[in-house]
Design a protein around this ligand. Structure first.
Ligand SMILES: [Zn+2]
Length: 473
């Protein structure tokens, strides 16, 4: 291997004293640059970045060792306080670093919900106690107890340092509450992050409404439930922004062509809306529920007709909200990533215990433990020629950074000389097999257990400190 990171690294939390990355492929979306480079890191600071040209650059390919800014995840669930059997802040941050992430934004659907500054303090204390240098940012709840009835103390939460507001796990059902939340949050320069779902259309729903659900006998979850919620949210945003120019709506885990088209149109019209998509809605489809295991871009919608069944049907690890969609919708997710309609990839990392997942498909808890496999899923699209490497990296770095604005501690994101090293080193030629034991998350609920992915993470450095290093380098 060209880069021996093990010699340079050390235990988690230590300052990265010394690392020379020679003849690697560097990707720096913030600077709009990628190519062969040498990086020198001393005492946690990027001392030099030298872009190589001519003979020096010969033979350095983008399919080998890659260095990129540390990834930012706009959507994770860390389960503490309240469900530490599924995940703790410490295990979640370790998993994040294993996935190449140096900043994560955790959702407030803990128990108790993060709807007042005391819970935020608890989560922050757990992050500090973990010793992980991964930056933990948190959303506050939109409504008290996430019950959807009255606004939480948005002002107090904003003063305490939340990076936005969300009732994720559930949509903000009341139009009046969403309107007020967008106005208050917007005045404070913070986004409202909505999980767009018309719950009146998804009661009892199990799988994306379509051919696969029909054949499997699962109750359909219509794509229109997402599109109608997005349309409502955008209409409310258009009202609010007239009085509150700082209003900002962020739609998370969009999964359907129609919803993404609405966002595309709203952006063209100048509305302050951003959105993210997940790796699983990009790479998987509802065909997987039938037992197919081909990537979304290889699917047809009829896995039986194609003799594409490789696994047992009804794997509960595939139950997720919103559900895995059709081949066409997954294609729309990819298209939205390519044309910038989707600002970011966010994992919706949702660890669950075995007990909550090892039940009949329709009863399984929603979610995938996905932060450690996100890079591998995106690289599958890159390897297939569907997604440029630089765009994949941008969707994990500069894209989410733009959504967060200045609320990350990092003043100068990117591979910037003089800045604290905040980066990930991975090897696209190094394939690794996803195993329950290898996942640092307590949640082993992954549909790609046993599957081989490319791009093993060798080293993650957050704020100049070691966050993760591969056991054998
Ligand atoms: Zn959600």
């Amino acid at each position: 291997m060209a880069v021996d990171v093990r010699a340079a690294a050390g235990e988690v939390g230590r300052i990265l004293a010394e690392l020379d990355l020679s003849a690697v492929w560097a990707v720096d979306p913030g600077a709009g640059r990628e190519g062969p480079a040498d990086l020198v890191i001393r005492d946690g600071t990027i001392e030099s970045v030298t872009w190589l040209e001519g003979a020096d650059a010969d033979g350095i390919e983008p399919n080998g060792v890659v260095v990129a800014p540390g990834f930012i995840d706009l959507h994770v669930h860390l389960r503490e306080p309240g469900n530490e059997d599924a995940e703790t802040v410490a295990s979640g941050l370790a998993a994040a670093a294993h996935g190449g992430f140096t900043t994560v934004c955790t959702m407030p659907n803990t128990d108790p919900a993060l709807d007042e500054p005391g819970v935020l303090a608890l989560v922050r204390a757990a992050a500090a106690a973990s010793g992980s240098p991964v930056e933990l940012l948190a959303y506050g709840a939109v409504t008290a107890g996430r019950k959807g009835e009255q606004l939480a103390a948005l002002g107090e939460l904003g003063d305490a340092g939340v990076v936005g507001f969300s009732d994720d796990g559930a949509p903000v059902r009341s139009a009046t509450i969403l309107r007020n939340a967008l106005a208050y949050a917007g005045s404070a320069g913070l986004p409202v992050v909505d999980h767009a779902e018309d719950a009146s259309a998804t009661d009892g729903a199990e799988a994306n409404d379509g051919f696969v659900a029909t054949v499997l006998g699962l109750r359909g979850w219509p794509a229109s439930a997402e599109a109608s919620a997005v349309a409502r949210d955008l209409a409310i945003l258009a009202d609010v922004v007239r009085d509150v120019p700082g209003a900002h709506l962020h739609l998370t885990h969009l999964s359907t062509a129609r919803a993404l088209d609405l966002v595309r149109g709203a952006k063209a019209a100048g509305l302050p809306v951003t959105c993210d998509v997940t790796p699983h809605h990009l790479a998987f489809t509802d065909e997987w529920l039938a037992g197919a295991r081909r990537w979304a871009w290889d699917g047809s919608g009829d896995p039986w007709g194609d003799n594409a069944i490789e696994a047992q049907p009804f794997d509960p690890s595939l139950r997720v909200n919103p559900p895995l969609r059709s081949v066409e919708d997954a294609g729309a997710v990819l298209a939205a990533l390519l044309d910038g309609t989707a600002d970011a990839v966010a994992t919706d990392h949702a660890p669950h215990t075995e007990v909550d997942k090892a039940v009949e498909f329709g009863y399984a808890a929603n979610g995938i433990s996905g932060i450690e496999t996100a890079l591998g899923l995106l690289l599958a699209a890159v390897d297939a020629g569907r997604l440029p490497l630089a765009r994949a990296i941008a969707a994990l770095t500069s894209g989410p950074r733009a959504v967060l604005g200045s609320r990350s501690r990092r003043e100068r994101p990117g591979l910037t000389e003089g800045a604290a090293a905040d980066l990930v080193v991975f090897d696209r030629s190094d394939r690794w097999t996803v195993g329950a034991d290898g996942l640092l998350s307590r949640g082993k609920n992954s549909p790609v257990l046993g599957r081989t992915l490319s791009g093993r993470v060798l080293l993650t450095v957050a704020g100049g400190r070691i966050a993760y290093e591969a056991a054998e380098g």
